[in-house]
Design a protein around this ligand. Structure first.
Ligand code: MCN
Length: 715
């Protein structure tokens, strides 16, 4: 039947979204709902001397400060990964004695409407004693985090190397700019003491666990519902401190409270991405073999630590050997504190950083050795799997050379006209590897009495299209049509437990949990059919959604009806669950670009971008393609126009869509995509992630093309 794995099925969720029927947090209404607005610091660094709430203001219900919260809302814990050194500078829920970035929440104002809450927030007087701000990551000497790892004899390899090539490479800070900013609606049921939290988040699991810790509540006293979400790109993984303050307000006031941030708040107060620079050195043998690499990374982490702030630099460091067989590596990270909003994951979350720095370095090395940059890459690519990197990752499968060959073939197909007068042209290419998947996810499946299959997944989407993709996995495995599969996710009271939607892990992990659960369900259905047909279970085969034995067959619907007649034990027949666990899977890809720069003006245009991704088995090529294109456009934005710019006193200079450059569809150059498939042996689908590839490969491919156009000059 149509809709199977590998078919380009259109998204089931689109009709709802396009008709305006999707329900985002702000569409949810509760009776007697109050509305919240934030008083935010206008200064990047200041002591708070006093906060004076207005005695009265139209519709004002309450003003909450850090003092009012007391220890009822504690800063979110920040897990130290892998032996990291962290300072105890966790993001306060509301600022206490000090503010450390412009935009930091200082007080929560609750009123009868959002407009009244915003007006009342303007009347709150905060007395600040302004202090100097450290804005520049490279000059900050205060570390929030330090980490290092060394493996292999790096020093000896460098001492003996025929060539050592180095460079400094940096990536700007970026804003994720999801169409829907952050927000929540929180209601407290005093009888059961349960908080119901609707929030715009990537999944239910992390907001629930983080709120439980922040509010010191048992997890079962919190229900998190994630409705439709208008994008996140990594920026809605850690819970916003504002949400914890709203939770306290809802408890104190005994009324539901809604907070929906506006675009300007999202620019200054939602955690940002990237903002990292690295000093890298590569040691090479005479024949171009890479023998060791050193990378000293300096990340501008911003003012405080959020739970996920330390993840991207760590991920970047761990992937610094990329697709190459480099036996020795040393990495260090200095996570600098600056008076800016904290950073955290943004599409790629460390992978683009690693790929950009390494692939720029490889091009610089090729120039230093007077070698062709593709030849230098080919000579060092990893060819056999599993491959253990010196830093400790185990790459499961891949065909990096095939990706590179295809990217070049696609880039160079149909020659381009010669460059116009006054324009210089450059070509660039890059390979990358991407850690995805890992840990676990789960699924529960019910067979409904009409023979449809209801899949409860632990993974909720925020734009990826799980409703379609996961249904394809279940339908294929069951041998039924797509319409026979229903999907549910995003409500912690009914969804099975899981880890979360990030790191391009949903298909590999949650998709595999569905596959395993379906296999188990089929076994149960075969046993039931054996009873009905009075045959041995072993002689029952499952085919096209029916059980068959001795030339007879029982349909799924008949099994569902028979199963429910059995009374006790129905659950055991018509319900199943599975938890799927595996190590990380490593997607990969190669991207290649052609750019032109106008000599007189410096104007840059990307003429062509070839994007080749290897995500193992692709479930839905149409959606996977959409993921790649979305990532590419974000990657191009990063290369060409995007940057969260701050002035010397720590004021955001790009706090609206007028100032922060975002590409529009009219700016997007021709993108040619290609696919290589190296299924992973680590899960039953052979699937890896593809949600971030475009945002990874684009940066080094375009940057290398720009440097090539400039004749190898460092930019
Ligand atoms: N897919 C597939 N076959 C595979 C892998 C993926 O068909 N082998 C398709 C599926 O349609 C799946 C989608 O690609 O729904 C993404 O799957 P996957 O790579 O597993 O990534 P996740 O679902 O875990 O999504 C996370 C990823 C990340 S980390 C960011 S950031 C990101 C992204 O997804 N943010 C997004 N894509 C986004 N897309 C939208 N619209 N909005 C965001 O905020």
């Amino acid at each position: 039947p149509p809709g199977m794995i590998g078919e380009a099925v259109t998204r089931r969720e689109d009709a709802r979204v396009l008709r305006g029927e999707a329900r985002y947090v702000d569409d949810i209404e509760r009776p007697h709902c109050a509305h919240a607005a934030l008083v935010r610091s206008p200064h990047a660094h200041a002591a708070i001397k006093a906060i004076r709430a207005p005695d009265a203001a139209g519709g004002l219900i309450a003003v909450l400060t850090a003092e009012d919260l007391g220890d009822r809302a504690r800063p979110s814990e920040v897990p130290a990964l892998d032996g990291m050194e962290l300072t105890d500078e966790r993001h306060p829920i509301l600022a206490g004695a000090e503010v450390r970035y412009a935009g930091q929440p200082v007080a929560l104002v609750i009123a009868e409407s959002r407009a009244l809450a915003e007006d009342a927030a303007d009347l709150v007087e905060v007395e600040y004693d302004v202090r100097p701000a450290v804005v520049d990551g490279p000059t900050s000497d205060h570390a929030l985090m330090r980490w290092s790892r060394k493996s292999g004899d790096v020093d000896a390899a460098f001492a003996a190397a025929a060539h050592v090539v180095g460079g400094r490479y940096s990536l700007p800070r970026l804003v994720a700019v999801p169409i829907e900013p952050r927000g929540c609606l929180i209601e407290h049921d005093p009888d059961r003491d349960v908080l119901t939290v609707w929030c715009s988040a990537q999944d239910t699991h992390r907001p629930l666990a983080q709120l439980a810790q922040i509010l010191d509540r048992p997890p079962d006293a919190i229900r998190v519902i994630v409705p439709d979400v208008g994008g996140a790109f990594g920026s809605k993984g850690a819970i916003a401190p504002e949400i914890a303050a709203v939770a306290i307000a809802a408890i104190d006031l005994g009324r539901p409270v809604k907070w929906i941030e506006d675009r300007s708040e999202n620019f200054v107060a939602a955690y940002q991405g990237r903002g990292i620079a690295g000093d890298l050195e590569l040691a090479l043998a005479d024949d171009g073999r890479m023998v060791a690499i050193r990378a000293h990374l300096r990340a501008d982490l911003g003012a405080y630590l959020l739970p996920s702030t330390v993840i991207p630099p760590h991920t970047a460091a761990m992937l610094i050997t990329g697709c190459y067989d480099i036996p020795a590596a040393e990495v260090t990270i200095f996570g600098a504190r600056t008076h800016k909003v904290p950073t955290g994951p943004y599409r790629g979350a460390g992978r683009p950083e690693a790929a950009y720095m390494l692939e720029r370095l490889v091009d610089d090395a090729a120039r230093a050795l007077r070698m062709d940059c593709l030849e230098l890459r080919r000579r060092n690519l990893i060819h056999s799997f599993p491959h253990r990197t010196p830093l400790g990752h185990v790459y499961d499968s891949g065909d990096y050379e095939r990706c590179l060959d295809l990217a070049i073939e696609l880039r160079d197909s149909d020659g381009l006209d010669p460059a116009d007068e006054g324009w210089i042209r450059g070509e660039g290419a890059a390979v990358f590897v991407e850690r995805g998947g890992g840990r676990w996810e789960s699924a529960e499946i019910d067979v409904l009495s009409d023979g449809r299959v209801l899949v409860h997944s632990s993974a909720s989407p925020h734009g990826q299209g799980h409703e379609t993709t996961f249904a394809q996995i279940a339908a294929q495995r069951m041998g039924i049509v797509l319409d026979q599969v229903l999907l549910r996710f995003g409500d912690s009271s009914t969804s099975p437990p899981g880890v979360g939607t990030f790191g391009s892990r949903s298909v590999a992990m949650a998709g595999s949990a569905i596959a395993v659960a379906i296999d188990d369900l089929i076994d149960r259905l075969r046993q039931l059919a054996a009873r009905l047909l009075d045959v041995e279970t072993g002689s029952v085969v499952w085919e096209c959604g029916s059980a068959r034995a001795d030339g007879r067959s029982v349909s799924l619907r008949e099994l569902a009806v028979a199963g429910s007649r059995l009374g006790r034990g129905v659950d055991a027949v018509l319900k199943t669950s599975a938890r799927f666990e595996s190590g990380p899977v490593f997607s990969s890809g190669a991207y290649a670009a052609v750019v032109e720069i106008e000599r007189a003006t410096g104007q840059l245009r990307v003429l062509r971008l070839a994007a080749v991704d290897d995500a193992g088995t692709v479930i839905n090529p149409l959606l996977a393609h959409g993921q790649v294109i979305g990532g590419v456009v974000q990657g191009l934005g990063e290369c060409l126009v995007e940057e969260a710019v701050y002035d010397e006193i720590g004021q955001a200079r790009s706090a609206t869509l007028m100032e922060y450059g975002l590409l529009t569809s009219a700016d997007v150059p021709p993108i040619i995509t290609g696919e290589v498939s190296s299924p992973t042996p680590l899960n039953p689908l052979g699937a890896k992630g593809i949600g971030e590839g475009g945002a990874i490969g684009t940066l080094p491919a375009v940057a290398n093309a720009v440097v090539d156009a400039l004749g190898g000059t460092h930019v």
